[in-house]
Ligand binder design. Structure first.
Ligand code: B12
Ligand code: SF4
Length: 440
């Protein structure tokens, strides 16, 4: 929490997660932090309360780890799920203590991520309303964009804003009689995400691009960011250098949807420039890299530049079935893993995401994918499919689900395997053991 400006006071909040499972795998509320930096640059006094900014219950490597969890009764719709539901993040007492220390804000801006995490959003909005009953509450982010009608009906916010928030938030604040006191950024630094507002940060979360030029049928990238845009390599380098100097951080997590698109004129230029400036980082790609763009040159450059936690987005290697993603052709994965291995990446450093629980997924094909990834010398990482409204696959997901996905976003939760009619815990555990190499 750190205002540093004299314009209208805004309170920005990243809510708790309510779920059966949540792990902090390089997860920081980057969208909200971007808005914080953007609003500060326009003269607003910005306070941040991040309900996930806390010590981990069990720390993992590089600042990842298990969030503290309080077990709570599951919402009625999820009562029959035999898993422990709960709230992840800071305690409610700590949240109230944060609120108690704040000055009266002129507006409250709440972000949202997974559609099925909306109970965290509603809980936060209820609490801030108790504390600041007359302050308008504006909701934005992923849930707000993908389920705007649901959010308008149930979140308790006065206003629900969809899509990228920068322009929209200024308009909304102007409508509330809270215009910016400065209409331009004084220095480029001020448009960076306000990372320094976080108290637990051991890596730099960064976006060198927004959106994705591809359109996989299960993915929401286009709905969230309709146009693919890239920053100049120089800008990304400047930002990394800035945070390195200001916060002394050496780890970097890329949040890009499409980090390797046109790598020779983008990522590779960034990496070369960092090398030229003598800036060495450890890089992590929690969000998955496109296998088809991993050429020999790219693989060697990634290794030479300190890429560490590699995740390659593949989803399924069953080349006989109708392809749901647009990022892979026959032979792409084989070539990518071969180049990465040649460059020196070890099996445990190369995680390959495989989607589990897709509509009409052929289990044999999935098992074959798992075996294939292991044969190739990489590690299969199961990613459980979450159906997303507005995607190409959504109508099929709705049709084949045993839940009413359209009425209730809680059913989008990937822990339910909502689009896998034959789901059973035995089958899931079998597949998981196979992926973890406990069964062959
Ligand atoms: C990075 C990322 C992650 C990171 C962590 C993200 C985090 N911050 O916590 C990691 C790798 C951990 C992750 C995990 C998962 N993710 Co993810 N992730 C993303 C990703 C690629 C980017 C999010 C991001 O930071 N964007 C960048 C910022 C700048 O954008 P933004 O947050 O949207 O913010 C802008 C606007 O929304 C708006 N805004 C935001 N807040 C506010 C507030 C106000 C008031 C206003 C006005 C505007 C506003 O303005 C911001 C700036 O323009 C998105 C896809 C995407 N392209 O967005 C998927 C996405 C959110 N993830 C998704 C999924 C499915 C998952 C997983 C379930 C994957 C899996 N199968 O394991 C897991 C779940 C994790 C768990 N259960 O713990 C889905 C969402 C599914 C759903 N039903 O909601 C998405 C949409 C990807 C997809 N498949 O299409 N994810
Ligand atoms: S390549 Fe990745 S980010 Fe792009 S549309 Fe496909 S799944 Fe989404």
């Amino acid at each position: 929490m750190n205002p540093e400006a004299a314009g209208p006071t805004l309170l920005l909040i990243n809510p708790w997660i309510y779920d059966f499972a949540a792990y902090d795998f390089f997860a920081r509320p980057l969208g909200l932090l971007y808005l914080a930096g953007f609003l500060k640059a326009r003269g607003y006094a910005v306070h941040l309360v991040d309900c996930l900014d806390t010590d981990h219950a069990r720390p993992g490597p590089f600042g990842t780890g298990r969030y503290p969890k309080v077990i709570l009764p599951a919402p009625a719709a999820l009562r029959d799920i035999p898993r422990r539901y709960g709230r992840y993040g800071i305690s409610e007492t700590d949240f109230q203590a944060h609120l108690a220390r704040l000055p009266q804000p002129a507006a409250i801006l709440v972000t949202s991520l997974m559609t099925y995490w909306y109970p965290g959003v509603t809980a936060i909005i209820r609490l801030v309303r108790e504390r600041f009953p007359r302050t308008p509450v504006i909701l934005g982010g992923t849930y707000a964009t993908l389920c705007p009608e649901h959010a308008r009906q149930f979140s308790g916010a006065d206003l629900v804003v969809t899509g990228p928030g920068e322009d929209a938030i200024i308009k909304s604040l102007e409508n509330l009689g809270l215009p910016p006191s400065s209409d331009r950024t004084a220095t480029p630094l001020l448009t960076y995400p306000a990372l320094h507002l976080l108290s637990h940060l051991s890596y730099i979360p960064i976006l060198t691009s927004r959106g994705c030029p591809l359109e996989c049928s299960y993915c929401a990238s286009r709905l969230l960011m309709p146009r693919y845009r890239r920053r100049s390599p120089g800008e990304a380098v400047e930002e990394l250098e800035f945070w390195r100097e200001r916060l002394g951080l050496e780890d970097v997590a890329f949040y890009d949807d499409a980090l390797l698109v046109d790598a020779p004129s983008h990522l590779l230029v960034i990496l070369e420039e960092l090398e030229r400036r003598g800036l060495r980082f450890r890089f992590h790609t929690p969000n998955g890299l496109h296998a088809r763009f991993i050429t020999r040159e790219v693989a060697h450059r990634l290794k030479g530049s300190g890429f560490n936690t590699l995740r390659v987005g593949v989803e399924t290697t069953a080349l006989g079935e109708a392809r749901l993603d647009r990022k892979l052709a026959a032979g792409d994965l084989e070539a990518a893993i071969a180049y990465l291995t040649e460059a020196g990446f070890r099996r445990e450093e190369m995680g390959v995401y495989l989607l589990l629980g897709l509509p009409h997924q052929d289990e044999e094909a999935l098992l074959a994918s798992i075996r294939r990834v292991r044969e190739l010398g990489a590690t299969p990482v199961l990613a459980q499919y979450s159906p997303i409204p507005g995607t190409v696959l959504w109508p099929e997901a709705v049709k084949c689900s045993r839940y009413d996905l359209e009425a209730e976003p809680l059913f989008h939760n990937n822990s339910l395997f909502p689009c896998w009619p034959e789901f059973s815990w035995e089958l899931f555990n079998h597949i998981k053991r196979l992926a973890e190499a406990k069964e062959l």
